[in-house]
Design a protein around this ligand. Structure first.
Ligand SMILES: Nc1ncnc2c1ncn2[C@@H]1O[C@H](COP(=O)(O)OP(=O)(O)OP(=O)(O)O)[C@@H](O)[C@H]1O
Ligand SMILES: [Mg+2]
Length: 451
C-alpha cells in the first residue's frame, strides 16, 4: 500500500521534526485553517500503517468535539488516500480506531475532572506517541501526564522517536509561555519547536478561509484566528496584566517576615495549597490532596520557623476547625467586610487615590494583589514546578471585576463563575490573594503610626 502525502510547506517543516532524534514536542498552528487537523491525521495514519501494532493517542478537551471535528477530517484523509474502510474500524463504545494490522489510535477526553486533578486515569496507558488538538483548551497537567506515557509501545523495536504533536490557536496558557513566547524570543528549548501556520500557509483552502475570517465581526477573535496574534488584550475587566503575572517568576521581590498561607481542600476546593512567603516572595509551594491536619501544619510552621500569628488559613471550608483549635492562627473569611483602606486605581491616568468601596474582603485582597503584581512587587521561586506555575498564571488571568460599569462597590468574579470558565477552583491563586490580608493590616498599622 502506498500513501501519497502532499503536505503544505509548513506541514512539511513539521514532518521533518517528526522524524528527528531531538524534538519531542512539536506545536503547530497558531491560527485558523493552517492545516492542523489534516496534518495530525496524515501523521497518525501513516505511522499506524507503516508500523503495525503501534499505539497512538489523539486528544482534545472534549471528546464530543474531537469526534465532531478531527474525526471527520480523519475520514476525509482516509478517503483522500483511497484507503479501504476494511483496513480500519472505529470502536464507538470505547473511542478508539483499530487497524487491521494491530495498530490503534485512542481518542482521549482531556477534560479536567476535579475528581482526577492529576489525570491519573491516563497513568497506566502505554503509547508510541500521539497528538493533542487545540491545546489552548487543555490543562497543563493533562499534557504533563501524557509526556510520561509515550515511547512505551514498540518505539525501540521500530526505532520510532517518541513525540507529541500539538495544535493550537493563540491562547495565553501554557502553550504561550512554554512554546510561543520562547519561540518569539528565540529561546525555545531544543526538545520543543513551534511552527506557525496561518490560513494563507495552507494553499488548499486559503481563499475560502480568507473570505470567512475577513467577515468576522469580533475584532479580537479575528486578530487571533486570522492573523495569529497572541498578545491581544480582550477584556478590560481583567485585574492582572498578563506580562506582570509572568514576571513574578523572575522578580526579586522584597524579603522580610515569613508567612504561611493555607487554602484548605473541601467545599468545592480540589486540593490543599500552602504557600510559604519570605516578605513578598514565595519560596515554596506545598499541595496535598486532602485537608491539612493541625499536626501537619504545626510541623511546617516549626520547620520553616514561621510564627503562628503569621499563618493564615481560609475559614470557609474545613479550615474553620484549624483556626478555632490552633491558638494564634489567623482565619480568612471571603465574605468578611473589607479592611478600611484606599485603593490605588489601575490606570495611572486616574491620578488621585479613590476611596474604594469593596463588596467584601476577598475583592479587596484581589485588587490589592493585582496592584502589587502589576507593579512587579511579588516574586516566586525560579524552580517552581510547571504545574503550579501554570495554575497560578491561569488563576490570576481569570480574575475580573464583575461590575465595571455600575456605580456599585468593587466586586470580583464569583468562585462559581470561575469554576464554570476553567473547570476548577483557583486554589493556588487564592493563597496569593489571602497573603494581601497581612499587607492591608500592616498598611493600617502604618497609617495609625502617622496619626
Ligand atoms: N496536506 C494536505 N493535503 C490535502 N488537503 C489538505 C492538506 N492540508 C490541509 N488540507 C485542506 O485544507 C483544509 C483545512 O485544513 P485543516 O482542517 O487541517 O485546518 P485546521 O488548521 O485544522 O483548521 P481549523 O482551524 O478550522 O481547525 C482541509 O479540510 C483540507 O481540505
Ligand atoms: Mg482543525
Amino acid at each position: 500500500m502506498e500513501i501519497n502525502i502532499k503536505p503544505t510547506y509548513k506541514q512539511y517543516l513539521v514532518w521533518d521534526k517528526l522524524f528527528n532524534d531531538y524534538t519531542k514536542y512539536i506545536m503547530f498552528g497558531g491560527g485558523a485553517g493552517g492545516g492542523k487537523s489534516w496534518l495530525i491525521c496524515d501523521w497518525l495514519i501513516y505511522m499506524c500503517f507503516k508500523y503495525p501494532g503501534t499505539k497512538w493517542f489523539l486528544g482534545r478537551e472534549e471528546l464530543k468535539r474531537l469526534m465532531g471535528s478531527t474525526f471527520i477530517t480523519f475520514c476525509k484523509v482516509m478517503s483522500a488516500h483511497n484507503i479501504s474502510s476494511e483496513l480500519w474500524k472505529l470502536n464507538g463504545q470505547y473511542n478508539y480506531i483499530q487497524f487491521l494490522n494491530g495498530s490503534r489510535i485512542d481518542f482521549l477526553d482531556m477534560k479536567y475532572l476535579p475528581s482526577d486533578p492529576l489525570y491519573e486515569r491516563f497513568g497506566s496507558m502505554e503509547f508510541t506517541g500521539g497528538a493533542l488538538e487545540e491545546v489552548g483548551e487543555i490543562h497543563f497537567t493533562g499534557f504533563d501526564m501524557l509526556k510520561s506515557r509515550i515511547g512505551r509501545t514498540l518505539n525501540l523495536e521500530y526505532n520510532i522517536p517518541s513525540k507529541i504533536l500539538l495544535t493550537c490557536n493563540p491562547k495565553k496558557n501554557w502553550a504561550y509561555f512554554l512554546f510561543y513566547r520562547p519561540w518569539k524570543e528565540k529561546k525555545l528549548d531544543k526538545d520543543k519547536c513551534f511552527i506557525q501556520a496561518l490560513y494563507n500557509d495552507n494553499e488548499y483552502t486559503a481563499k475560502q478561509y480568507r473570505d470567512n475570517l475577513s467577515s468576522m465581526s469580533d475584532k479580537v477573535l479575528k486578530q487571533r484566528l486570522m492573523f495569529g496574534l497572541w498578545e491581544y488584550d480582550d477584556d478590560p475587566s481583567r485585574l492582572f496584566e498578563y506580562d506582570s503575572i509572568i514576571d513574578m517568576f523572575t522578580n526579586e521581590a522584597k524579603r522580610g517576615l515569613k508567612y504561611c498561607i493555607v487554602d484548605q481542600s473541601g467545599r468545592g476546593k480540589d486540593r490543599t495549597v500552602i504557600t510559604l512567603w519570605d516578605g513578598l516572595f514565595i519560596y515554596k509551594i506545598i499541595t496535598m490532596k486532602e485537608g491539612i491536619s493541625m499536626q501537619e501544619l504545626d510541623k511546617i510552621l516549626r520547620q520553616e520557623q514561621i510564627p503562628r500569628s503569621k499563618c493564615l488559613v481560609d475559614e470557609d471550608g474545613v479550615g474553620f476547625g484549624i483556626v478555632k483549635d490552633m491558638t494564634g492562627i489567623k482565619g480568612f473569611v471571603n465574605n468578611a467586610s473589607a479592611i478600611k483602606s484606599t485603593r490605588k486605581p489601575k490606570k495611572e491616568k486616574d491620578q488621585e487615590k479613590i476611596e474604594t468601596n469593596y463588596a467584601n474582603l476577598k475583592s479587596q485582597c484581589w485588587d490589592t494583589l493585582a496592584n502589587y503584581v502589576n507593579s512587579g512587587k511579588i516574586g516566586i521561586y525560579k524552580d517552581i514546578p510547571t504545574e503550579y506555575k501554570e495554575l497560578i498564571i491561569e488563576d490570576l488571568d481569570h480574575i475580573k471585576q464583575t461590575n465595571m460599569d455600575k456605580d456599585q462597590s468593587f466586586r470580583v468574579t464569583t468562585k462559581e463563575d470561575i469554576k464554570e470558565e476553567i473547570g476548577r477552583s483557583t486554589d493556588c491563586g487564592d493563597t496569593l490573594m489571602m497573603r494581601m490580608m497581612f499587607v492591608l493590616k500592616d498598611r493600617i498599622k502604618v497609617s495609625f503610626a502617622f496619626c
